[in-house]
Design a protein around this ligand. Structure first.
Ligand SMILES: Nc1ncnc2c1ncn2[C@@H]1O[C@H](COP(=O)(O)OP(=O)(O)OP(=O)(O)O)[C@@H](O)[C@H]1O
Ligand SMILES: [Mg+2]
Length: 321
């Protein structure tokens, strides 16, 4: 793809704006979480939505999934859930004396894993393995998952009771972690004012084939050598931070590169700008940067390490690419 073929980028930007308009009737709040969900869809990568109860995590994830126009399944995680409840199992048919495959809810284009940290580790890993591999193994048989395959998982903050925190290595499977905060006063007042109006059903805007086409376009977006170096220097800054036990990995750097390309396309450009990178470092890296236990006690976290890397590393390439 060349920089001189702007119609593709214009189409992607129109998709973003149409999606914002459609979801605004259901989720009232800042545009950022929805924009980031779209970036993840095209990067491609999976998303973890974190927030206290009642901040519209499920509402937003469901509306987004419906707008994508693909098959969509919701898995409500509970403490008694088994891995086979996610992936499926072989059921014995007495009459025919054969085993028939019962596919689990993971076999869908878009999977909402709601309250993922309410299930025990084994069950969580059934979903996380599917995310990593794009396939699942059921009693020795390996089955491919649909393409596109996008997981949006929600979780309550780890201080809450009755939750099983996701292990660090598994959090790394998510391209992004989005923090859903409280709405501002205006948005919350508007939500209360409109709560009794019937919410329109979200009309599908895309379908599987269009999502794959948009992904291919995002993949072709241009990234200058200076911007690639910028990403790597940011990753090094997190690794060299004195209070960091685990900095941004090369996988994290690659995730940021892909996300920046998707963001550029969704903003109507076929080239990445430094601002695409800056806007995405925190959602893509903050959850993967692990600080030392002592630093954690002092209130340091991944998000602050990422912010100090952004302050420290100067982008030295041309301003417009
Ligand atoms: N920003 C918002 N816009 C529209 N509705 C909202 C918003 N915030 C909360 N609500 C309403 O509040 C209720 C709770 O939302 P929802 O179930 O999506 O929250 P949640 O974050 O998934 O909570 P939990 O962690 O308990 O699952 C819903 O009825 C939803 O319509
Ligand atoms: Mg919920």
């Amino acid at each position: 793809m060349t920089d001189t073929d702007p119609s593709l980028a214009t189409e992607a930007q129109a998709v973003r704006e149409a999606l914002q308009a459609r979801i605004a009737a259901i989720y009232i709040g800042p545009a950022a979480p929805l924009d980031l969900l779209l970036v993840a869809l095209l990067s491609p990568g999976h998303v973890l939505l974190e927030g206290v109860p009642g901040v519209a995590k499920t509402t937003l994830a469901k509306a987004f999934a419906r707008a994508l126009g693909c098959d969509f399944r919701r898995i409500q995680f509970t403490p008694d859930m088994l891995p086979a409840d996610i992936t499926g199992s072989y059921i014995y048919n007495m009459r025919e004396q054969t085993f028939a495959l019962r596919r689990g809810p993971v076999f869908a284009h878009v999977v909402l894993g709601d309250e993922i940290n309410r299930a025990p580790a084994k069950t969580q890993s059934a979903l996380l393995e599917a995310m990593q591999e794009g396939q699942v193994t059921i009693e020795g048989h390996t089955l491919a998952l649909p393409d596109p395959f996008l997981v949006v998982a929600t979780q309550n903050p780890l201080e809450q009771e009755g939750v099983y925190p996701l292990p660090e290595a598994q959090v790394d499977r998510f391209l992004m972690k989005l923090q859903m905060g409280y709405p501002d006063i205006e948005a919350e007042v508007q939500m209360l004012a409109t709560h009794d109006r019937p919410r329109p059903a979200v009309e599908p805007l895309l379908d599987a084939a269009r999502i794959l086409a948009l992904r291919a376009q995002a993949d072709g977006v241009h990234v200058s050598p200076a911007l690639r170096r910028y990403i790597v220097e940011l990753a090094h800054a997190t690794r060299e931070h004195p209070a960091v036990a685990l900095g941004a990995s090369p996988r994290a750097a690659l995730g940021l590169l892909k996300a920046a390309k998707a963001r550029a396309l969704l903003h109507g450009r076929l080239f990445v700008l430094p601002d695409d990178v800056r806007a995405l470092v925190s959602p893509v890296w903050a959850h993967r940067v692990v600080v030392t236990p002592e630093a954690e006690l002092d209130g340091l976290d991944g998000a602050r390490v990422v912010r100090s890397a952004l302050d420290e590393v100067r982008y030295t390439g041309p301003a417009d690419r």
